[in-house]
Design a protein around this ligand. Structure first.
Ligand code: SF4
Length: 457
């Protein structure tokens, strides 16, 4: 039976999808990529924007209409908040909200048993969705071992030991968020912040190192909220870096600015920390940040970016930015654009503001007209394209590290430490995906889309 896991949204969702795929693969199911026919589809959804939800609905309908598809199982943040809306999209859709997502890892075993008893895949999916908490706990085979309790199914059972869709390892160390940003539905869907115990994180990272991974991407809903009332993410990195060998790199998936402190910034000096930082800036106007209940100001943001530049040579600094947040006038928008230019960001992920149900901004009366919001989103995307090409343009001649990703039609592709996808030349025969190599970047010509690098060792 073929299984396809389709993921929308953040790296945390990608990490959880990997674990789901891993659980199916261990039980003998074949994992296929999107685009190849599957018998069972699992759609891991996101609720950050209305666009992400639209796309989820589109993919669910598309998969459900495929003649060979037996069932489409939908989980993730959107499924948590709008299960009723999703379950009526098509006949073969089965919704597993987030509170059942931790149990999804037990589903392959459950499915195998039910299939051997003569149930159809759809009947098995429906039976699984209908199980109550006690029945789900009785099924549970996960490892537990987290700050929130031992043995019970937990969000940290998502611990993929092999990765079907990536050759870098994703390690989930945090879930939930205690902030209440006025535009955000994710903290509503995911609940309060929880952290995986530090020793458990180290144990899992060492297991990934033994598996041969050369890069571990730490993920969470709000990574900087990791253990933030005690040693924080900085304390965890100190432990991890002390335990891991010299051939493993650590990438941080995303750094909410409010808990970035000196303890964390000090750890970034270690050469094993990848020179790539993704900061959900959202706006660089104090007026707007206060209006949407972000817990930092532009001075703090500037300090964080300045320190990142001090600890790494020309790091790839990316941002999330929301165009047209309430209270964003022309002056506030200008401040935001100037901030990105002044701090030489390498890329911005631009989201036009869309008021989300169940958030304080849903009924905001100081909203920016949609036409202005869309114009600003276009300005920001153009600015991002310019800053990105400037960033790539100044990498020519630099020696960097890279992870080999895939060989396609005779060409190798790799991801550099500073997050550039490159075509790699002169790769020795018998190289394989996941290897850590050194490369030198070619100068980038005008209009060249993919940078080229050469293998040097
Ligand atoms: S920091 Fe804000 S935007 Fe990020 S998950 Fe928490 S509440 Fe949502």
């Amino acid at each position: 039976m073929k299984i396809c896991v389709y993921t929308l949204g953040c790296r945390l969702n990608q990490c959880e999808s990997e674990a789901i795929a891993d659980a199916f693969s261990k039980r003998g199911y074949a994992i296929v990529p999107d685009g190849q026919p599957a018998d069972l589809y699992i759609v891991n959804t996101c609720t950050v924007t209305s666009k992400a939800e639209q796309k989820a609905r589109r993919m669910i309908r598309k998969y459900a209409a495929e003649p060979q598809a037996q069932a489409v199982v939908v989980t993730g943040c959107y499924a948590q908040l709008d299960a009723d809306q999703i379950s009526i999209l098509a006949d073969r859709v089965v919704v597993l909200p987030l509170d059942k997502k931790a149990n999804l890892l037990d589903f392959p075993e459950f499915l195998s048993v039910r299939l051997s008893e003569g149930f159809s895949p759809l009947e098995a999916c429906r039976a699984f969705a209908g199980l109550d908490g006690d029945a789900l706990s009785a099924l549970h085979v996960g490892s537990g071992g987290n700050l929130t309790g031992q043995g019970e199914p937990s969000p940290f059972d998502y611990d993929a030991a092999s990765f079907s869709y990536h050759c870098r390892a994703y390690l989930k160390i945090q879930d939930g968020c205690d902030n209440a940003c006025a535009f955000c539905r994710v903290h509503v869907a995911r609940g309060a912040a929880i952290s995986l115990d530090g020793d458990e994180v180290v144990g899992r990272a060492l297991a990934l190192e033994r598996e041969g991974f050369h890069e571990i991407v730490l993920t969470g809903v709000n990574l900087t909220m990791y253990d933030h009332r005690a040693d924080g993410l900085g304390g965890l990195l100190r432990k991890l870096l002390a335990a891991l060998g010299s051939d493993v790199r650590i990438r941080l998936s995303s750094l909410e600015p409010d808990h970035v402190d000196d303890r964390l910034l000090d750890q970034l000096t270690d050469p094993r920390m990848q020179p790539h930082f993704h900061v959900p800036v959202q706006s660089a106007s104090d007026v707007v940040l206060a209006r949407v209940n972000r817990r930092y100001d532009v001075e703090h943001l500037s300090h964080v970016i300045e320190r990142m530049r001090q600890v790494k040579v020309d790091p790839f600094i990316a941002a999330d930015v929301i165009a047209g947040l309430p209270a964003e006038g022309d002056a506030e928008f200008r401040e935001t654009c100037e901030f990105f230019v002044r701090n030489q960001f390498a890329q911005m992920h631009v989201f036009p503001f869309s008021p989300r149900p169940d958030t304080p901004l849903f009924h905001a009366t100081d909203r920016v007209p949609e036409s202005v919001r869309d114009q600003r989103a276009t300005v920001l995307r153009d600015l991002s394209a310019r800053l990105h090409s400037e960033y790539v343009g100044r990498q020519g001649g630099r020696q960097l590290e890279a992870i080999l990703e895939q060989r396609k039609k005779g060409s190798w592709y790799a991801l550099t430490g500073n997050y550039l996808k490159v075509r790699l030349l002169d790769v020795p025969p018998l190289s394989s995906p996941g290897e850590l190599v050194r490369v030198v970047m070619d100068p980038v010509g005008a209009g060249q889309v993919l940078p080229i690098a050469r293998f040097i060792g």
